[in-house]
Structures are given as C-alpha cells and as structure tokens.
Design a protein around this ligand. Structure first.
Ligand code: XUL
Ligand code: CO
Length: 439
C-alpha cells in the first residue's frame, strides 16, 4: 500500500523552526485552539481528481507527471491502484477526508450500465479502505461537465435525454456518497450557463436545474442522506457566464426555488476572486445568510485571470478565511484542497509538499484568527462603529421599526445637519491584523 510514496516518511508536526521538508511547521493536530483540537477546526480533504487523476495536461501540452501508479491507465487495475495510492497518501499526511466525482473513481464506459457496475466494484474496495483506515468522505459529486453529451449543459441542457443521464449520474453519485458516509453532496454547475443569450431561454434552464436539485434532495433523503447539499458558485470558465455566479446569486436561486433548507454553499477561494470578490467577501455573504457549509481551499494568481487552483500559501487570505469560519461557528463540511501542483512540479514528493503547504497555511490562519478573536479589538471596533443606532434614542427608534420617511425627514429638519461620521480607521485595523500575524 505504501509503495507509491515509499521514500516519504509520515508527516508529523515539528514546530516552526524545523528544517525538515517532510514535517508540518504549524499544523499540530492535537493542539487546542479556542477549546477545540486543530484537527476538528480543520477537517482537511484530498481532492481525488487533482491528486490522483490530473497529471499536468494543459491546453498546450501533455502530461508531465506519472499518475499510472504502476498500472495501465483506463483499466480497473489502475482505478484500484489509485485507491491504494490515495489512502496511503492521506494516511501519510493525516488527511482524514476525501472528495470525489463519480468519474474520478473509474474509467467511464460507453454504456452507463457498465460505468455503474465499475462504480459498484470500486466502491466496495473503497469501503474496505474506509473501514481499515478510518478516513472518511467529505463530499461526493457527479461530473456533469466533461462528457461531450453535456456540451449544452446538464440540468440546463436543451435535450431531455441528456437531462435523463445527468439525473442518472446524480443518483449514482448520491448512492456512493451515502455508501462512503459522506458529510455533503456538491453541485458545481460547470456547464450550467450560456455562451450566448441569442440561443438561450435562461428561465427555462434555471427552472430545470432547480427541478433536478429537488429530485436530488428527495432521492438523497429517501436513501438516508442526512448531510448538506452544496452549491459551489463560480462566475465563468468553462462557460462564458455561469448561473451560480457568486454566493449572493446562488443564495437567491436557492431561495427562489425553496431549496434553501437543504442546501448550503461550498466556497472556493479561486472562484471568489474570479467573480471579482475577495475570498472573505464570499465567506461573509454565505455566513450571514446561514449558508456557509464547506470550503474548497486553494488560491488564484493575481496575474492570471483564470482558475489556476494553486495550493494556498497566502496567509493573509487563510487568516481572514479562518476569522470568518470561527465567527460563523465552524463548517458543516471541511477544507477540500481543490488544488493541483504546478505542471513542472511533477514528482510524488511535490504532491506531498502541496498538502504540507496547504495544511500549514490554514493552521497558521487558524492560529492568527484565534488571536484576533481573543484580542477582541476588531469585534469591539465594529460593534462601536454602529453605536449611534444602539445607544441613542433616535437610533433605537429606527431599529425598532417605528419610524417612517416622514418622521425621519422631520427629525433631519430639527437637527439641521448631522454630527460628522467618525473615521473608519482602515489603516489602523490593517495594522492590528499585521500585529496578530507577525508578533
Ligand atoms: C471546478 C471545481 C470543481 C468542483 C467540483 O472549478 O472547483 O472541481 O469543486 O466539481
Ligand atoms: Co472546487
């Protein structure tokens, strides 16, 4: 089981001064932070697709990494070797969860009956590994974007037969998620969008996507799935415009169709920035709507305008992320490294370095965010900033809902002019952030 990573030791915490490349410098799984061990704050997951399937192919060139794991790619022996390698990898790193698409697990056959048979076979094998290791499934999903039949979308397709295949894949992926004891089920609408409105009935397509999601909820609950469904927003790529553009758009959609009781959001850092938002913005919008469910932990590149899926190393981002997560009371899901090695980082060691980097970045973010919360200055500043609403007679009357435009207009005339608002103190607060991060 160990043979793919045989030259790599188990990764342990050695502290920030360690020079050992195969050690954590910040992720100390049993360290108590704000009353809970780090591993409970940070349920990390391995993304099956990037780690075990993707081998560096891009639009301009072929694979650079060898992900055959000693077997012929496209065979069931290869599918099993990926399971062996994946579980060995997670054990080495102490990663306790995995996320998967149906077609990450087995080669897809021409006939869906055969694909489903292969999925039954491999999932029996995965269940054995789950029992052996205690590693669990964070979430599952169906890949409704790679197969050419999804050219015009899956839930949003113009073809009733293609829609039927999307439903079949979702049913099977839900069966697998439940079989693996998964905590969540994700919808990322990769092809749910449009290239041109000249050929698109947007309302018809969105009604159909919602119908499919309702069927998924009904079926999932009927087979004992008690976890959350998630929408993973993304504004574009592969489509020019995707329907789940950002958190606010996805929440509006879920509420419009009455799906908000069963769904939360899976927020991906690189998708947030593609939408022109910060990661923290998308987390805050989700949290304030009670919909922060899970996180795809990665980062984009300021110089590139697409989904680069890099392993996260930006500690400002992970600190502000963990600040939002802690204030929201944690996640029902976890932190899935939807991240891949750079194309020239093509060895098994690089796979391990990617996860060490990501896990340490989030552990450091957690420690910094806990410091900010314990110091309490940011919280106090924000609370005070709105004091005029809570601590004056006028403010309290507005909050109680008893005022009208006419009564407020009379009040304005009585005042003549307002007391000038106080400074927002952005630079001072950014200094506090730096102090928590570097002292
Ligand atoms: C694509 C993406 C997906 C989803 C799952 O940008 O993030 O990998 O996370 O389908
Ligand atoms: Co993702």
């Amino acid at each position: 089981m160990d043979r793919y990573f045989e030259n790599i030791p188990e990764i342990r915490y050695e502290g920030k001064d360690s020079k050992n490349p195969f050690a954590f410098r910040y992720y100390d799984k049993d360290r108590i932070v704000l009353g809970k061990p780090m591993r409970e704050h940070l349920p990390f997951a391995m993304a099956w697709w990037h780690n075990l399937c993707a081998a560096g192919t891009d639009m301009f060139g072929r694979d650079t990494a060898d992900k055959s794991f000693g077997e012929v790619p496209g065979s069931m022996a290869h599918a099993k070797a990926k399971v062996d390698a994946g579980f060995a990898f997670m054990k080495k790193l102490g990663v306790e969860y995995f996320c998967f698409h149906d077609v990450d697990l087995v080669p897809e056959a021409e006939d869906i009956k055969e694909t489903n048979r292969r999925l039954d076979e491999i999932s029996d094998y995965i269940v054995e590994k789950i029992r052996e290791t205690g590693i669990r499934c964070l979430w599952g999903t169906a890949n409704l974007f790679s197969n050419p039949r999804y050219m015009n979308g899956a839930g949003s397709t113009n073809s009733a037969e293609v829609y039927c295949f999307a439903a079949a894949q979702i049913k099977k992926a839900l069966d697998l998620t439940v079989k693996f004891g998964g905590r969540g089920y994700v919808f990322w609408g990769g092809r749910e969008g449009y290239e041109t409105l000249l050929n698109t009935d947007m309302k018809f397509e969105q009604d159909n996507i919602a119908r499919l999601m309702k069927m998924a909820v009904e079926y999932g609950r009927s087979i004992g799935f008690t976890g959350d469904f998630y929408i993973e927003p993304k504004p574009k790529e592969p489509m020019k415009h995707q329907y789940d553009f950002d958190a606010a758009t996805a929440i509006g959609f879920l509420r419009r169709y009455g799906l908000d009781r069963d769904f939360k959001l899976n927020i991906e850092a690189n998708h947030a920035t593609l939408a022109g938002h910060s990661f923290q913005h998308e987390l805050r919008v989700s949290a304030m709507n009670g919909m922060l469910g899970s996180i795809d932990a990665n980062q984009g590149d300021d110089l590139l305008g697409w989904d680069t899926d890099e392993f996260p190393f930006n500690v400002y981002e992970s600190t502000l992320c963990m600040y939002e997560v802690l204030k929201a009371g944690g996640l029902t899901g976890g932190f899935n490294f939807d991240a891949k090695n750079r194309r020239p980082s093509n060895t098994p060691e690089d796979m391990v370095y990617g996860y060490i980097l990501g896990m340490d970045t989030f552990a450091l973010g957690l420690l910094n965010a806990a410091k900010l919360i314990e110091e309490g200055e940011l919280d106090a500043f924000v609370r005070n900033r709105y004091a005029s609403f809570r601590e004056t007679d006028l403010g309290r009357r507005i909050l109680s809902g008893g005022e009208t435009l006419a009564s407020l207009s009379a009040e304005a005339e009585r005042l003549g002019k307002p007391t000038p608002p106080e400074s927002g103190r952005a630079e001072y607060l950014e200094g506090l952030l730096n102090r928590a991060m570097f002292s």
